[in-house]
Unconditional design. Structure first.
Lengths: 339, 385
C-alpha cells in the first residue's frame, strides 16, 4: 500500500514538476509581492508563533532572508504551516514557493520527489536521551539492548533507529507516537527507557522536563540530518536566489558583517566587503540573480548574519554551535565566494 | 348558643406539629440521598474520600500555586528548569494563556483588522440571543437575518477584499474564530441538508432514494480524518500548478457534508417514530407531500430527536479540531502550536494550555446541551407515556 501511494505521489509530482518549470517563481513572487513560505507547524527554536502571533525561529528567518533579498523587506512573507506529510505536496503543487521546514536533505527527496535543496542551514544528527535517575550506569547507546524507546512516527528518525539496532544486533521495543507533545509526555511519564530524535529536538525536550538535570544525552550520533530549505526542481533562477541567500548569511558572518556594524561595513575600505555589500561603483553582485546590488545589505539589515540568527533562536534554548560553526571555527558552515 | 357545646370537643384545629428532626431539613436530605441504605453509606463515604483526596491538589495546582501573569517561561519553571520558582514547585501556568489569549481567539488574524472579527461576533450574539428566547417576536425575520444575511456580511467582513477592507487570507485565521465559523457553517448547512437527505432516503422514487443512500453510506463509511487528509495531500496534485483550493474551504465542505450525513440518519430515526396514522391523517386532509411533511410529520419528528440533533452538533463542534490535519488551527490546534514557542516552553505549559482549551470547549458544549434540555421540556406535549 505504502509503495502504491508513493508511486502515485511520485508520478503526480513529476507531472507537476513538468508544468512547474515553465513559470518563473521569482517573477511570480515579485508580482504578488511576497514569498509564500512553508514552515513547521510548531518546533521549538525553528518555527513557532510569538505572543503577537508572528512566526519566529531559525527556519523562519531563512524565509525572511529570501524576502529581504528580493524586496528589501523581511516581512514580505506569508507563512503556510505544514505538517510532516503535507509539506511535500504543498511544495509540489505550487501552494508554497519554498519549504523551510527542518527537512532532511536525502537522495530520494532530491530526486524522485522533484525537489532541489538549496543548501544546509542546520546540520543535525539523531541521538538518544535517557533518564539517568532510572537507568544508572548507562553511558552509551550500545547498552540500550532490550530498551523501550520513544520515537515519533513518520520521520526518518524511526527508520534510523531500526537501522542502528539491527546493525548492532540489538533488540528494542519502539513506543511510537504521532507528535512531539505526546512523545514528550510518554517519556516524562517513564513509559520508555530512552527517547530518540534529532539532537536539536533533544535539547528542546529538556525545556519541558520536570527534572532536566536527571536526563543525559548519550554520545552516539546515529545519523546525519542535514536540514535545509527546498524548492521545486526545474526553476534554476529561483533555486539560485534561495541558495545564495543562505550563502550570503554565512559569508556575512565570516566577514564580520552584523546588523549593528552594517553602516560602517558599507563604508569599509576592504574590497571584499565592499564587493559583497554591492558598494563598488561598477557592482553587479545582484545582476546574475536578478536582484538588487544591495541584496546582501538587505538580508543583514532585515535578518542578520547566520551567527546572529543562530544566537537569536537556538542559543537561548541551549543549542551549541557544534557542527554549525563556521569552517574557520571547525564547523561545516562554508560559503562559496560571493564574487 | 352553639350547636355542640361539648367541652371535650375541640373548637379549633390543633396546629400541626413539626415533623421529627430526622424527617425534615437537611437531616432528611442527607438520610434519603446519601445514607439511605448501608450500600449508599459506603458509596457516599468513598465519594467523599475521593473528593478529599483529589480536590485539594487540583485546587492547589490550578489556583493557589498557579502563575497568572509574567513575561516568559521563567515564571513557570523552577530554578532547575531554568526559571525562578523554587524547586519542587508545580502550578498551572495561566501566564501562558494570558499572553497568548488574543491568539487563541483570533489565530494570526492581523491585529489591526481584529475589530472585524469582534464586530462579526457582536452581530452573531445580537442575532442569536433573540432567536433562542421564545418570547421575542419576529422569529421569521430574525432567522432570515441570522441564517442568510449574517453569513454574507460575515464573509465580506472576515475575508475582506471589498468595500475598502483589506483582504485577510484564511491561512491567517485560527483559534476560536475557526472553531466558531466551522461549527456555524456545519450546523446551519447540516440541518436542512440532513432533512432533505432523510426525506430522500424514505422517498418512493428509486433514483432519489439511491442517490441519498449512496451519499449517506459513503460519507458515514469514511473517517473525516481520511477525507480531510485526501483533500489536503492528494487533491492539490490533481490540480494544475498554481490552482489551489483554499484550505479553509476544503475543511468547510468536508465538515458540512459529514455533519449532513449524520444528521440525515438522526432525522430518519425521528421520521420512523411517527405513526402511520399521522401520514394518513395528513393525506385525508388533502395535504400534498411537502405540506404534510412540513406541517404534520417533520415538526413531530424533529421534536422527538432533539437530543440526537444536539448530540450531532456537539460532536461537530468538537470535530472541528481535526482541521489540524490540513494545517489549519482551531482553538485546540493553536494552543498546541504555541507549545513550541521557545519563550514559553516549560513542563507546566502543555497541561495549562490544554485545560484552558478543554474549558472553552466545555462551556460551548454544555451551553448547547442545556439549551436542548430546555427546548425538549418546552416542546413536550405529553405524548411520551
Amino acid at each position: 500500500m505504502k509503495t502504491v501511494i508513493k508511486g502515485i505521489l511520485g508520478s503526480a509530482a513529476l507531472a507537476v514538476v513538468a508544468t512547474g518549470a515553465s513559470a518563473s517563481t521569482l517573477e511570480e513572487v515579485r508580482s504578488k509581492g511576497y514569498v509564500q513560505c512553508g514552515v513547521h507547524t510548531g518546533l521549538i527554536g525553528f518555527a513557532a508563533p510569538n505572543d503577537d502571533g508572528e512566526f519566529e525561529g531559525f527556519d523562519v528567518d531563512v524565509c525572511r532572508a529570501v524576502a529581504a533579498a528580493i524586496f528589501g523587506d523581511g516581512d514580505a512573507v506569508q507563512y503556510t504551516p505544514t505538517n510532516a506529510t503535507e509539506r511535500f505536496t504543498a511544495l509540489q503543487s505550487g501552494e508554497i514557493d519554498m519549504l523551510s521546514r527542518n527537512t532532511t536533505w536525502t537522495l530520494s527527496r532530491d530526486t524522485s520527489l522533484g525537489f532541489n535543496f538549496a543548501g544546509v542551514n542546520y546540520y543535525d544528527g539523531q541521538g538518544f536521551m535517557i533518564n539517568s535517575a532510572n537507568l544508572e550506569g548507562i553511558n552509551s547507546a550500545l547498552q540500550l539492548s532490550g530498551a523501550a524507546i520513544c520515537v515519533q512516527t513518520g520521520t526518518t528518525t524511526e527508520l534510523n533507529l531500526a537501522d542502528y539496532f539491527r546493525a548492532n544486533n540489538m533488540e528494542y521495543n519502539p513506543v511510537v507516537f504521532q507528535g512531539f507533545d505526546e512523545t514528550n509526555a510518554a517519556y516524562e511519564a517513564g513509559r520508555c527507557d530512552a527517547y530518540t530524535t534529532d539532537q536539536s529536538g533533544l535539547i528542546a525536550l529538556r525545556l519541558t522536563l520536570a527534572n532536566p538535570d536527571d536526563h543525559v544525552v548519550l554520545p552516539e550520533i546515529i545519523s546525519k540530518e542535514p536540514l535545509g530549505p527546498a524548492v521545486r526542481q526545474g526553476d534554476d533562477e529561483w533555486f539560485n536566489v534561495v541558495r545564495w541567500t543562505l550563502m550570503a548569511m554565512v559569508q556575512a558572518e565570516e566577514s564580520g558583517i552584523t546588523q549593528d556594524n552594517l553602516e560602517e561595513m558599507m563604508a569599509s575600505d576592504n574590497p571584499e566587503i565592499r564587493r559583497i555589500l554591492g558598494q563598488e561603483a561598477d557592482s553587479s553582485i545582484g545582476a546574475g540573480l536578478g536582484l538588487d546590488n544591495e541584496w546582501v545589505v538587505n538580508i543583514v539589515r532585515e535578518v542578520g548574519n547566520y551567527g546572529e540568527v543562530f544566537d537569536r533562536h537556538l542559543a537561548p534554548i541551549g543549542v551549541p554551535r557544534g557542527l554549525n560553526a563556521l569552517w574557520t571555527d571547525g564547523g561545516l558552515m562554508y560559503a562559496m565566494p560571493l564574487r | 348558643m352553639q350547636e355542640h357545646d361539648l367541652s371535650y370537643v375541640r373548637m379549633e384545629m390543633i396546629n400541626a406539629r413539626e415533623a421529627p428532626l430526622r424527617e425534615r431539613g437537611f437531616v432528611r436530605w442527607f438520610r434519603v440521598n446519601l445514607f439511605a441504605t448501608p450500600l449508599d453509606t459506603v458509596m457516599t463515604l468513598l465519594g467523599l474520600l475521593f473528593v478529599a483526596y483529589f480536590l485539594p491538589p487540583v485546587i492547589r495546582w490550578a489556583l493557589i500555586d498557579a502563575v497568572w501573569s509574567g513575561p516568559d517561561r521563567s515564571v513557570c519553571a523552577t530554578v532547575a528548569q531554568g526559571g525562578i520558582q523554587p524547586d519542587g514547585w508545580s502550578g498551572a501556568c495561566w501566564a501562558f494563556v494570558n499572553a497568548k489569549f488574543s491568539q487563541f481567539m483570533y489565530g494570526r488574524y492581523p491585529v489591526f483588522e481584529r475589530w472585524r472579527v469582534d464586530l462579526t461576533a457582536v452581530m452573531f450574539v445580537a442575532l442569536l440571543v433573540p432567536l433562542l428566547v421564545p418570547r421575542v417576536p419576529y422569529k421569521l425575520w430574525n432567522a432570515l437575518a441570522f441564517f442568510v444575511v449574517l453569513p454574507l456580511v460575515a464573509y465580506f467582513l472576515l475575508v475582506g477584499g471589498a468595500f475598502g477592507l483589506p483582504y485577510v487570507s484564511t491561512t491567517l485565521w485560527g483559534g476560536l474564530l475557526v472553531t466558531m465559523v466551522l461549527s456555524f457553517v456545519g450546523i446551519t448547512v447540516s440541518l436542512p441538508m440532513g432533512i432533505l437527505l432523510a426525506l430522500g432516503r424514505r422517498s418512493k422514487m428509486p433514483v432519489v432514494k439511491m442517490i441519498c443512500v449512496i451519499f449517506i453510506e459513503t460519507v458515514r463509511g469514511v473517517p473525516l480524518v481520511t477525507v480531510l487528509f485526501m483533500a489536503s495531500v492528494m487533491l492539490p496534485l490533481f490540480m494544475p500548478t498554481g490552482v489551489t483550493f483554499d484550505r479553509f474551504l476544503r475543511a468547510l465542505v468536508g465538515v458540512a457534508l459529514f455533519a449532513s450525513a449524520y444528521m440525515a440518519e438522526v432525522i430518519r430515526g425521528g421520521l420512523q417514530a411517527i405513526p402511520k396514522g399521522q401520514y394518513e391523517g395528513a393525506s385525508s386532509l388533502g395535504l400534498g407531500y411537502w405540506q404534510s411533511m412540513g406541517l404534520i410529520v417533520m415538526p413531530q419528528a424533529i421534536k422527538l430527536v432533539i437530543p440526537g440533533i444536539v448530540n450531532t452538533f456537539i460532536g461537530l463542534f468538537k470535530d472541528t479540531s481535526l482541521v489540524y490535519i490540513i494545517g489549519m488551527f482551531d482553538l485546540l490546534g493553536i494552543v498546541r502550536q504555541n507549545f513550541a514557542d521557545a519563550n514559553w516552553v516549560s513542563p507546566q505549559t502543555p497541561m495549562s494550555g490544554l485545560i484552558f482549551a478543554g474549558f472553552v470547549f466545555w462551556i460551548f458544549c454544555f451551553g448547547m446541551s442545556r439549551y436542548s434540555i430546555y427546548m425538549e421540556r418546552r416542546l413536550d406535549t405529553g405524548h411520551k407515556s
